[in-house]
Design a protein around this ligand. Structure first.
Ligand SMILES: Nc1ncnc2c1ncn2[C@@H]1O[C@H](COP(=O)(O)OP(=O)(O)O)[C@@H](O)[C@H]1O
Ligand SMILES: O=C(CO)[C@@H](O)[C@@H](O)COP(=O)(O)O
Length: 555
């Protein structure tokens, strides 16, 4: 029998990538990245050039189709694998990345008469303009004693489905009215591939307040939010919710022509970039926290019971791997903070030096920063450049740096930013561990572990835990490919369960990053200082960050 393969497509914040994977051992045979033509739309709407408000972040749905059209033929060509030998396809996506569609499943922003309305567009996960709605939602849920609230760490984020839908209803009721369904982008792309619009239990559970036994919150709750939302789950959120690994359908003729794959191959239901990475790293038991480290970090953990942890994004039964409670937490900006510094605040001499040495600015700063000891710079930062999604769940918080003098160097600031994100992760690790959801080891994947060794050592030191690193550069895509193999099933050369796929296809490096004891003790002191600032600015004692943001929006 010839060797068989699957394809995973990972939809990130800036680009989508396809990876062709061997079923035998999970080895990646070929990969290809397609940057989104429109990128993140956060200033002006395409074509109309309409100015967007602060905190908006949209995307163009057509960019996702172009990823399929460009990257799948590329991986087929590069690998030389015959399309007959590809048995399945899976995708993963950022979430909650959602869009309104019409009764044919077409995005409303494709309608000529609606495209100039920003609310007809697809809202990216990091669209933060629904904070007022999220605040109201949390207040009402708390007053009504809603049982679901503790499952989401006590607060739902403005990044999620209901806050985003409510913002559309408040600001563009005509768009709400014309929406047949609100869907996650991951489910929408699957509907394009298979002609079947079906909801996956992962995004429904973590992002849309859906529960395996209880379904969505009651009509009374939605009525209390806004009488116009009373029926929202039966109308605009209607549709079957199915477990991860389910076959959504088969590749249509049209999509086969677009991608170069054979029509009829199995396509798995949509999945999330963070969650798919857990089986792809071979993690199939409690105690091992997977960190998907890129522009943001998502922290994923398995448990045997449902526990409630401050600020976690959610606990969902079967939300990551069937048979376990899946926990998710996260930081809304990590790599994005380093990118901000490099793009907006690094002096020219650094850029010139990096250029002369033939390395990028991150690498230059990392090399210099690595020569410092913990605490040596005298700097400390709060990692809230994109709000706080870890224990505080508040997108109105902002970044801060303390301790600068006339001697402060760019690499010291860079190091303080790396450390601040590690302290943010430590908050999350402690919140779980101290609430009975053990975190004994860390597993890291995503772009950052491969790009920045210093960062990973700082994470090991700050959390005082060993870190194992993914062997794959494309862990989410590998995970998506594994779910594609599960959708195909054993009878077709795939696997019957994701655990079977994990045994055969998951890969991590042999090298383990161990904490360095002398660094651990200094970071412990710095973490106490971080905690003091964190609570002072983040828990209401001094709301200066919120006051500044509100002054800004009045101008
Ligand atoms: N050497 C580096 N050190 C730290 N961060 C880096 C480095 N090079 C790039 N980055 C950051 O990595 C992030 C991209 O991570 P990646 O995992 O590739 O993307 P995504 O999160 O979109 O999947 C960007 O935010 C960028 O600023
Ligand atoms: O929030 C989630 C998953 O729940 C992520 O999709 C979101 O943070 C975006 O992740 P990336 O930084 O693009 O890897």
């Amino acid at each position: 029998m010839t060797k068989k393969y699957t394809i995973g497509v990972d939809y990130g914040t800036e680009s989508g990538r396809a990876v062709l994977v061997s079923l035998e051992d999970g080895k990646e045979i070929a990969d290809h990245v397609t940057p989104y033509k429109h990128g993140v739309i956060d200033e002006y709407l395409p074509e109309s050039n309409l100015k967007l408000d602060y905190e908006w972040a949209l995307q163009h749905p057509q960019d996702y189709i172009e990823v399929l059209q460009q990257s799948i033929p590329e991986v087929l060509q590069e690998s030389g694998v015959h399309p007959d030998d590809i048995i399945g396809l899976g995708i993963d996506f950022t979430a909650c990345t959602m869009l309104p569609v019409d009764k044919y499943g077409e995005p409303l922003c494709f309608h000529q008469d609606l495209k100039n309305n920003p609310h007809s567009w697809l809202k990216l996960w990091k669209h933060h303009a629904a904070q007022d709605e999220a605040n109201r939602l949390n207040e009402i849920a708390e007053t009504m004693g809603e049982q679901f609230l503790p499952r989401y760490g006590g607060k739902l984020s403005s990044e999620w489905m209901i806050a985003k839908i409510w913002q559309i209803l408040n600001e563009a009721p005509e768009i709400y009215e014309q929406t047949d369904k609100f869907v996650e982008a991951t489910d929408w792309v699957i509907s394009k591939l298979t002609n079947n619009l079906i909801r996956n239990s992962c995004t429904a559970g973590y992002k849309s307040i859906w529960h395996k036994q209880e379904g969505y919150p009651s009509k009374e709750f939605f009525q209390a939010l806004d009488p116009r939302l009373e029926d929202v789950t039966e109308t605009k959120l209607r549709g079957e919710v199915v477990p991860l690994g389910t076959k959504a359908g088969e590749l249509t003729e049209e999509m086969a022509a677009l991608t170069g794959l054979q029509s009829g191959i199995s396509v798995a239901v949509g999945n999330v970039d963070a969650h798919v990475s857990v089986p792809a790293m071979g993690v199939a038991e409690p105690g091992k926290m997977v960190m998907v480290m890129g522009t943001s970090i998502c922290h994923l953990l398995l448990g045997d019971e449902e526990k409630h942890v401050e600020g976690m994004c959610g606990v969902v039964e079967d939300g990551i791997i069937p048979g376990f409670y899946g926990y998710e937490a996260g930081q809304s900006a990590v790599g994005d903070i380093f990118a901000w510094y490099v793009d907006q605040a690094v002096p020219d001499y650094v850029k010139i030096a990096a250029n002369e040495e033939g390395i990028d600015v991150h690498q230059w700063l990392e090399q210099k920063a690595a020569t410092y000891k913990p605490g040596e710079s005298g700097l400390l930062a709060l990692d809230w450049w994109n709000g706080n999604r870890s224990v505080l769940v508040d997108t109105e918080l902002s970044g801060m740096l303390v301790g600068m003098t006339l001697q402060t160097k760019p690499e010291e600031i860079y190091r303080a930013l790396l450390e601040a994100t590690a302290f943010g992760t430590r908050k999350i690790v402690d919140a779980f561990h101290q609430n009975g959801v053990e975190v004994n080891e860390l597993y890291a994947c995503g772009g950052l572990p491969h790009k920045n060794k210093l960062l990973m050592q700082i994470y090991a030191d700050v959390t005082n835990r060993p870190i194992k690193i993914a062997d794959s550069f494309q862990t989410p895509a590998l995970g998506a490919a594994m779910f594609g193999a599960v959708a195909a099933g054993k009878a077709n050369g795939g696997f019957d369960t994701i655990l079977d796929a994990t045994k055969n296809m998951a890969r991590i490096k042999d090298e383990v990053i161990q904490p360095i004891p002398e660094n651990v003790s200094i970071y412990e002191k710095l973490f106490q200082e971080y905690t003091t600032l964190h609570d002072y600015f983040g828990r209401g004692e001094n709301n200066v960050m919120k006051r500044l943001k509100s002054l800004r929006s009045k101008n």
